[in-house]
Design a protein. Structure first.
Length: 523
């Protein structure tokens, strides 16, 4: 077991609870602005809703219908920023949007919406939308249902193949800028003096402790209301409505080879996606009000059937059946509190809640709502509020980093996979794999992950469990060819760094198998 080396005598300017995409983005912004920053995540960076998303970086085309132009504009700006700052981890992705005679939106309406979408993004790096002929659409998606097809449009958004890695990269950049970041560190209480939060109690792999902080930000995402319940005063009014979204993953559909497809579901008019992902296809999502909390989000039978039926109707030649499903997953999306029955109309915006004004508790803010794409702008707005509460003028601070994340690799090309996983650190990782004998060897035959990636996950990326390594650092467990024996091999490699004995290796494998069963459900 590794020592956290966390100085609990230190006083932080800002302590952040939650290492999802919002918390990691805030930690990066705060550390770069010169604040003494601590990030605590009870599981692993990006392990919650971030890893259970449709893995898209998009402007929110459907939000145009609600005239939420500010959200769309902000999303498109953030999409452009992510594409620039995280090359490889965020990639352009072409979409087809077929329009049928029975659809609720005629072709002129869809075309006008795409034009407005383009204008709100001020052009940008991606190709403009265009209307395709039915014949051209059929060539791009040969299995598409042609009956009643009136028009087809092509437009571009982006994909985060490994969104959990995107959150991790932000956390590592925060660390490079001087932040203390800790995963597997559960905040179990607040230190309060005269109605002011002055610090946190936590426990985790390094034991128990307390830290003092001038300000605490609750960035726990879908768990934000649960965190607020630990403040210890009278119960706070909930900030969020949780909406569970299920996805199914199937082998690559020859009927839909390259483009993602955005479609209005025939049964209920909801939008859903069929997305090429890691040589497979990802189909999602559903929207079901969460009843049991985010820790118990599981794809339901009706959700799986809904996604398969809609896919079969759209791509009748694909032959998608229940037996096609490799696995399914579900996550709870935190949206601002709504009492409406139509979850599709719930706001995807965000709010920064000052609990001194709302609940009489000073020293505590909550980041409520938000989405994967807008994490950076949400973090910047939150930092502005943090500075106001602290009475600080923020000045960017240049700090030494551990290596040059963007250093080119001589004349050697970085593989597409390393680029997608490691983004701006891909060249650095490729150099690492060449640094020691055996590091570049496959973890096991048939696995695209190298042994050195397991070493590096522990040594440089705060991996403490096999779930950290196989789900969130390398993505090995998501592969169609994943075999249970991979976990044992990964544990033996990781044991060299984590100093596990034989019993601890066996326990690590058992814990991982339980986590994998909860995460990727074999339906």
């Amino acid at each position: 077991m590794l020592d956290w080396d966390l100085n609990t005598d230190s006083h932080y300017d800002l302590a952040i609870i939650g290492g999802g995409i919002n918390g990691c983005a805030l930690a990066r912004e705060a550390a770069r602005a010169g604040l003494r920053t601590l990030l605590l995540e009870r599981r692993d960076f990006g392990a919650g809703t971030t890893s259970r998303s449709t893995r898209l970086i998009h402007g929110g085309l459907r939000y145009l219908e609600r005239f939420d132009l500010s959200l769309v504009r902000a999303s498109l700006r953030d999409r452009a920023s992510l594409l620039r700052e995280f090359p490889g981890q965020v990639q352009p992705l072409p979409f087809l949007l077929p329009v049928y005679g029975a659809d609720s939106r005629p072709p002129w309406y869809v075309g006008s919406g795409l034009l407005l979408y383009r204008l709100l993004g001020a052009g940008g790096q991606l190709p403009p939308p265009r209307r395709l002929s039915v014949e051209e659409c059929g060539r791009l998606v040969p299995g598409l249902d042609r009956k009643g097809l009136r028009a087809c449009f092509e437009y571009h958004d982006c994909q985060a193949v490994y969104p959990e890695r995107l959150a991790l990269e932000m956390a590592l950049q925060a660390e490079d800028a001087g932040a203390d970041i800790r995963n597997h560190a559960c905040v179990n209480g607040f230190l309060i003096r005269r109605s002011r939060v002055i610090g946190l109690r936590f426990e985790g792999a390094g034991g128990e402790g307390e830290v003092r902080s001038s300000l605490v930000v609750n960035a726990a995402g879908a768990w934000a209301d649960e965190v607020l319940a630990r403040v210890g005063r009278q119960p706070m009014r909930p900030l969020l409505t949780l909406i569970n979204g299920a996805h199914v993953v199937v082998p690559r559909l020859e009927a839909a080879p390259s483009h993602a497809v955005y479609r209005e579901a025939r049964s209920d008019r909801r939008p859903f996606f069929i997305v090429p992902w890691r040589g497979l296809h990802l189909i999602g999502t559903t929207e079901v009000r969460s009843e049991d909390g985010p820790d118990r989000a599981t794809p339901g039978e009706e959700e799986v059937r809904y996604l398969l039926d809609e896919t079969a109707a759209l791509l009748p030649e694909a032959g998608v059946t229940r037996d096609s499903v490799l696995y399914a997953y579900s996550g709870s999306r935190p949206v601002l509190k709504t009492g409406g029955a139509d979850l599709n109309k719930a706001s995807r915006g965000d709010a920064i809640v000052n609990h001194q004004r709302r609940d009489g508790i000073a020293g505590l803010l909550t980041m409520a709502g938000g989405k994967l794409t807008t994490a950076q702008s949400f973090a910047r707005r939150t930092l502005t509020r943090v500075a106001a509460v602290l009475g600080r003028a923020l000045t960017p601070v240049v700090r030494p980093v551990r290596g040059d994340a963007s250093a080119p690799l001589g004349n050697g090309a970085v593989s597409a996979r390393l680029s997608a996983v490691y983004g701006p650190r891909a060249a650095q990782v490729q150099q690492f794999l060449s640094s020691s004998p055996g590091f570049a060897d496959p973890l096991v035959p048939g696995c695209e992950v190298a042994c050195g990636e397991v070493h590096r996950a522990v040594r440089e990326e705060h991996a403490l469990t096999l779930g950290d390594i196989l789900l969130r650092r390398t993505g090995a467990a998501f592969a169609a060819g994943y075999e249970p024996g991979w976990a044992r091999t990964a544990a033996e490699v990781a044991a060299e760094q984590l100093l596990w004995n034989e019993d601890e290796i066996a326990a690590a494998v058992s814990d991982f198998e339980a986590e994998l069963a909860r995460t990727l459900v074999r339906v």
